[in-house]
Design a protein around this ligand. Structure first.
Ligand code: MN
Length: 245
């Protein structure tokens, strides 16, 4: 099995180092990751300049671009053969509910999925890298399941509570929950006395009901949400069609 690995926290992040280590124990791996932290990059591609690829001491390929750039360059220019799987992460912090829209971790996996390759995004629920070895072990367990019952390609979004391996609950199939809108921006003044704005925190959870990713991880379980990329609102399409006759 050949696995392509990327992330959005950058090639030096403990999450991708741990993920690469466990994946190397079960597969042939290539790591292609951003040179810096590109969390929140979503699915953006760099179109206003060329990308460079360098090789780090540990063998990781490093791209001066976004997570989507990394997977895109790997699949269309760097790799001689298509991988069997793309994995992304392990992200520092949860990617649940509406987070998935902005996530570079999910985006790296999505890029693989859009090229027809089964892809999995992994995130730890809390920031700080506590129990990253346990999360990596979970990632390995999940990859080894192979999900024969799923349509291919699949795109899975996995969130893992920061718990020791023995304390982790079961793997639970979930749907995305929902958050309230984000907190307000944080206004500051720069050295010239001009107003500048930091994007604020994500909103509080609005739908964390049973069956959601929020609900599963709050109970110590590992959340696995199958994602799709067709943004069409089918019910609204019917309404729209009706409105036009
Ligand atoms: Mn991140």
């Amino acid at each position: 099995m050949k696995i392509l690995i990327s992330n959005d926290d950058g090639y030096l992040a403990p999450g991708i180092v741990a993920l690469a280590e466990v994946m190397a124990s079960i597969a042939e791996i290539v790591v292609v990751a951003p040179d810096s932290n590109r969390s929140g990059a979503s699915n953006s591609l760099t179109l206003d300049r060329p990308l460079s690829v360098t090789r780090a001491d540990n063998g990781f390929y490093v791209v001066n671009g976004t997570p989507s750039d990394c997977v895109h360059v790997a699949l269309t220019g760097l790799l001689a053969e298509k991988p069997d799987l793309v994995v992304s992460g392990i992200n520092q912090g949860q990617n649940m509910g509406d987070d998935t829209i902005y996530s570079g971790t999910v985006a790296a996996a999505t890029e693989g999925y859009l090229f027809g390759i089964p892809s999995i995004a992994f995130s730890q629920v809390d920031k700080g890298w506590q129990e990253i070895a346990a999360a990596a072990r979970v990632a390995r367990d999940i990859v080894l399941r192979r999900f024969d019952a799923l349509q291919k390609p699949y795109l899975l979004n996995v969130n893992i509570p920061n718990l020791p391996y023995e304390k982790l609950g079961k793997v639970v199939p979930t749907r995305l929950g929902k958050r309230h809108e984000s907190e307000a921006v944080i206004k500051e003044q720069d050295q010239q006395g001009r107003d500048v704005y930091w994007i604020g925190l994500v909103g509080a959870v609005r739908d964390a009901g049973e069956g959601t990713d929020f609900h599963a991880t709050a109970h110590g379980d590992i959340s696995v949400t199958p994602l799709q990329m067709d943004l069409t609102h089918r019910a609204q399409l019917a309404n729209l069609s009706e409105a036009w006759v």
